[in-house]
Design a protein around this ligand. Structure first.
Ligand SMILES: Cc1cc2nc3c(=O)[nH]c(=O)nc-3n(C[C@H](O)[C@H](O)[C@H](O)COP(=O)(O)OP(=O)(O)OC[C@H]3O[C@@H](n4cnc5c(N)ncnc54)[C@H](O)[C@@H]3O)c2cc1C
Length: 844
């Protein structure tokens, strides 16, 4: 069928660069469909609402969800055939379990979607849900499971702690002598990734999306009027409002077409498929998917008589494809694939390679080194899996006599923290859905997540851990490589509360006092590329990292620092805070509109004021928390959390552009340092470094420019500790000088260092909320108990309508403070709180 392709001269939307309004506008006016080509046309359309690059599980899921949400003009471009990257050869595991709170609910969405997809699309997806058991073979691991159980009560997906006997009953082929406990997740299982992708593609097409194969994207050009020109290999150009990069292990290259340097690394991952095993054939029902965490492998049943074993090698033995980073992914071998893709060359094991490990309907073998990538695999290296296979044979003794039917070794794309990058970049209308190391289970939920964000301009829920802007220019190649090695290699390591990882640190992003603080016994934490002090060892002691599920070795240090601030003076390096200077004719008007509190005017340099003001989403949730200080002459200093630097910058820039405000935002996070000084004697100390009386007489929430100990500082009378205190901002180059002056003069006042762990205790006691945990894009200011920061009478601002509605309807949730009496374990956040049959959740 050929539809009319004639009216190609105009893009579907008049691109105005306003992501949200434009996308909704397109949906409402329904202007998209008529001028577009059908998938069967031999010409590509030249206008689109959204072009998705990549037809793997992720790209197809985005197309499916955009189309299902009613968006027209959705075009997916795939260079080869659908599933030609990592998807076709994945082991297909789908897990409800995830250690981080936000991701649990997303996994839940994927599993629910997959269980009804066959019905909806008519495409069988071979979804098996025998459940999964994570196995503990060490006491620490049992503690980890108990810790995870304590955080599950308020979630949709149930999980259960199992005894070895219960595990044995479910999995009669196991040697449970080595097993101490198991964490059972009903609903977990595995799916055929190829069929899943085809089902999503079918659903996408049915709802109007166009999926074009053999359409390689070769260039991306930003259009001056907004939106993008997408160039294909055939020399065609598609004008589109949005571009989504979902190009799997090519995503780094596709990103570079738009000038992005994405921290993505291809890692080799292998799994083994056994020949039929009689003990497995005798099983009465499919065994749950097993994860032997201390042995670092997963194991699942394949059909009625085989097993799949997939190990994660250690940081030392894993293999990264660094050559792909320097020279690019080699070109595919370009063969046409009419049905299922085939596998190239496996060396060293029985060379029987099936095209699809789930169905196993045809066999192909070859012993060739791959020339390029697309539908190929790496040569296998079973030798380096030996320690894991030994552990597998100990767990499942019948593996000892089983033969290997095939080995699949393919590229998985890793980010430094092993989580995907999903969302908008700082380039308007350029979106990412890349870096999926678990892209089969994540395809469903992140397809929906990205589609909603793209259509409404706001993420549907808080998953800041996958925001692409959690990485910045400090994420260079050495850091990325070191982190990927650590993340893959420690894939199954015990995850402790307040988990810290040390590879690739420090980055070049260190403050002027970093070396000094380390010498003074600081235990440094990592935040958005920065090293910042968590706590300080006592004189003569060591600031070692000894994580535990029980009370930790830093507990006493934090108590000491808490006492220091409560009784004397504490000094803390706050340089990692995000800092922006806002200037321009509309700066006041802009802040009034994009934040919820009343903003002080900024004309008079002698009357500088500070206010806490929140950026709300249009649904009234808390996007960001800003400390806004008027500096005079229309300028403002905006300070927000270190880990949300680019996340907040993007939001401010987007709103400035969309609203046509005449403002300039400069990111001064690196060049401006900050020290916090807090405690009852802090005014005395600060007065001793300048003309006396300045700090004794310094009203709360005001700001002054002062020379302090020879350093020009902007001093804000505010402290997150809740005690008397100041934040002192100065040139990063002068930070050490300022610190030394404070410590020299502070000796007689009993001044000392404190870290962010003590700061957190102090602010909790005061009841100060923390953005990210106590309030975020899932929580409103009213729910967080911060209604006094919303000024509904000041005129219109983003989120005002939603706050008014929330006030009318009343609150369903409240944040309250709990005191927990305990002597050997401390609450970490996300614990379930049971009270009179109801369940709440602990935030921090
Ligand atoms: C051996 C192995 C086992 C795995 N097991 C699991 C598992 O059990 N569970 C799980 O959740 N995950 C698993 N994974 C990971 C999973 O396979 C990936 O996370 C997932 O397939 C990524 O999907 P994607 O759509 O992001 O990328 P891909 O599947 O790689 O798709 C990207 C697509 O983009 C296309 N493309 C690239 N460049 C262009 C261009 N310029 N123009 C047009 N098209 C382009 C490619 O041809 C490709 O089809 C496994 C991976 C491996 C290697």
């Amino acid at each position: 069928m050929i539809r009319e392709c004639g009216r190609q001269g105009r893009a579907i939307c008049q691109v105005v660069g306003e992501r949200r309004q434009a996308s909704l506008h397109c949906r409402r006016l329904n202007t998209a469909s008529s001028a577009l080509c059908s998938p069967s046309d031999d010409c590509l359309p030249d206008g689109a609402h959204t072009v998705i690059i990549g037809g793997g599980a992720v790209g197809c899921s985005i197309a499916y969800h955009l189309a299902k949400l009613g968006q027209e003009g959705v075009i997916l471009l795939e260079r080869s055939e659908l599933t030609s990257g990592s998807t076709w050869h994945a082991a297909g595991l789908t897990a409800l379990y995830h250690p981080t709170p936000n991701l649990k609910s997303l996994h839940y969405y994927s599993i629910n979607l997959y269980s009804q997809l066959s019905r909806e699309t008519g495409q069988e997806v071979s979804f098996h849900q025998p459940g999964s058991i994570r196995l503990a073979t060490s006491p620490d691991r049992v503690d980890e499971f108990r810790f995870q159980m304590s955080r599950q009560g308020h979630k949709d997906a149930p999980q259960k702690l199992m005894t070895p006997e219960e595990i044995q009953e479910m999995c009669p082929i196991l040697n449970t002598d080595i097993v101490l406990a198991g964490l059972f997740n009903p609903g977990d299982g595995h799916i055929d990734p190829y069929s899943l992708t085809q089902a999503l593609a079918t659903g996408a097409r049915r709802n109007g999306a166009q999926l074009r194969v053999r359409a390689e994207v070769t260039g991306l050009q930003r259009r001056p009027q907004g939106g993008w020109d997408v160039h294909t290999k055939e020399g065609r150009v598609i004008r589109t409002l949005n571009v989504v990069n979902a190009a799997g292990f090519w995503a780094r290259e596709v990103g570079s077409m738009a000038g992005l340097d994405l921290p993505l690394v291809p890692v080799e991952h292998q799994y083994i498929v056994t020949a039929p095993i009689p003990d497995v054939k005798r099983l009465k029902r499919e065994i749950p998917v097993l994860r032997h965490l201390d042995g670092s492998f997963y194991l699942r049943q394949e059909r009625e008589d085989c097993l799949v074993v997939g190990p994660y090698e250690s940081p030392d033995t894993m293999k990264i494809r660094e050559d792909w980073l320097t020279r690019g992914v080699p070109p595919g071998e370009g063969k046409s694939v009419s049905h299922r893709p085939h596998i190239w060359g496996v060396r060293g094991v029985t060379p029987i390679i099936r095209t699809d490990v789930t169905d196993g309907d045809s066999v192909h073998s070859a012993a060739l080194e791959p020339e390029g990538f697309g539908k190929e695999l790496f040569p296998s290296d079973v030798e380096k899996l030996s320690p894991h296979l030994d552990a597998a044979m100990e767990l499942v003794p019948s593996l000892k006599t089983a033969s290997v039917k095939s080995v699949v070794c393919g590229p998985i794309t890793y980010t430094p923290d092993a989580l995907p990058m999903v969302g908008p970049t700082l380039l308007p209308n350029m979106w990412l859905a890349v870096g999926f190391s678990y892209g089969i289970v994540h395809a469903g939920c992140f397809g929906r997540f990205l589609a909603e964000w793209l259509l409404t301009g706001e993420p549907p829920c808080e998953v800041i851990e996958v925001d692409p802007l959690r990485y910045g220019s400090w994420t260079d190649l050495p850091f990325t490589l070191a982190k990927v090695r650590e993340s893959y290699g420690l894939n199954t390591a015990v995850t402790y509360p307040k988990e810290e990882r040390f590879a690739g640190r420090p980055t070049r992003r260190v403050s002027g006092v970093y070396e000094t603080l380390v010498q003074r016994g600081a235990h440094m934490g990592f935040q958005f590329g920065w090293e910042h002090p968590y706590w300080f060892a006592a004189a003569g002691g060591a600031a070692d990292y000894c994580p535990s599920f029980y009370r930790t070795n830093w507990h006493e240090a934090v108590k000491r620092e808490w006492e220091l601030v409560m009784n004397n003076i504490g000094v803390i390096d706050l340089s990692p805070s995000a800092k922006f200077i806002l200037s321009g004719a509309d700066s006041f008007k802009f802040l009034q509109y994009v934040t919820a509190n009343v903003i002080p005017p900024s004309e008079d340099v002698t009357r500088c004021r500070t206010v806490i003001s929140h950026c709300l989403t249009s649904s009234g949730k808390v996007h960001s928390e800003l400390t806004v200080t008027s500096l005079g002459e229309g300028r403002y200093l905006l300070v927000s959390g270190g880990s949300s630097e680019l996340h907040d910058l993007r939001w401010l820039e987007d709103h400035a552009r969309q609203g046509g405000y005449h403002v300039t935002l400069s990111n001064v996070t690196d060049s401006m340092g900050c020290l916090g000084v807090a405690g009852p004697r802090s005014a005395q100390l600060l007065d001793s470094l300048c003309e006396p009386g300045h700090f004794e007489n310094f009203p709360f929430l005001s700001a002054r420019k002062i020379v302090l100990g020879g350093v020009l500082v902007t001093a804000l009378r505010i402290s997150y500790t809740g005690e008397l205190g100041w934040e002192l901002y100065c040139d990063q180059q002068n930070l050490l000088k300022l610190y030394n002056r404070l410590m020299e003069a502070g000796q007689e006042h009993g001044a000392g260092d404190f870290g962010s762990y003590a700061m957190n205790v102090l602010r909790m006691e005061k009841g100060f909320r923390m953005w990210g945990s106590d309030m975020n894009k899932d929580t409103s200011l009213l729910e967080a108990g911060l209604g006094r920061f919303v000024k509904l009478n000041k005129g219109d601002f983003v989120g005002r309508t939603a706050v008014l509605q929330e006030k009318r309807q009343g609150l369903q949730r409240h944040l309250v403070t709990l005191a927990v009496n305990t002597d050997n374990v401390d609450p970490m956040g996300d614990e379930s709180v049971h009270c009179a049959g109801k369940v709440g959740e602990m935030l921090e």
